[in-house]
Design a protein around this ligand. Structure first.
Ligand code: SF4
Length: 153
């Protein structure tokens, strides 16, 4: 049984944007529909967008690249999603991919209470705010899982 069924979990997003940061090999998964939605939203040429922002993944689908500034490189900081604007906010928020929408309710983070609590080092919203309804958690987790499966099919 999933731990959050017997141990209520709390979450409140503070919009700190730390979930948009990742390590050297990180990327944000996006399928064809999600890329189309972003391209339409930004009103940018799809080929230009693909060349500048995307990496083709080995299995299937695309990843939105992480950007590491010179300062970040020198100070060892993590890169951030290329779609963060210069105020550190998501520039495609209304059409952000499911990977972003469902965070932190990803199957791997919810696979144990320890993984959930460990994720606090990245997400300051974990264990803050109101208790989250189990049905909502399950729905988000299923969406995240389905997106991964579709991309990997
Ligand atoms: S890291 Fe957590 S609190 Fe910060 S923006 Fe992402 S989901 Fe919200």
């Amino acid at each position: 049984m999933a731990f959050y069924i017997t141990t209520p979990i709390r979450f409140k997003c503070t919009q700190c944007s730390q979930c948009c940061y990742g390590g050297k090999y990180a990327y944000v998964r996006a399928n064809d529909d999600e890329i189309k939605a972003i391209v339409d939203y930004l009103q940018i040429d799809k080929n230009q967008f693909t060349e500048k922002y995307l990496i083709k993944l080995v299995d299937h689908g695309y990843g939105i690249k992480m950007k590491t500034s010179q300062t970040a490189r020198l100070t060892g900081k993590k890169g951030h999603c290329m779609l963060l604007n210069n105020k550190g906010k998501c520039s495609v928020y209304p059409v952000r991919p499911i990977q972003c929408r469902t965070y932190p309710f990803w199957p791997e983070i919810l696979s144990s209470e320890q993984y959930w609590n460990d994720e606090v080092t990245r997400c300051e919203g974990i264990n803050q705010g109101e208790v989250i309804d189990v049905d909502y958690i399950e729905q988000q987790k299923a969406l995240s899982f389905a997106a991964e499966v579709i991309i990997n099919k």
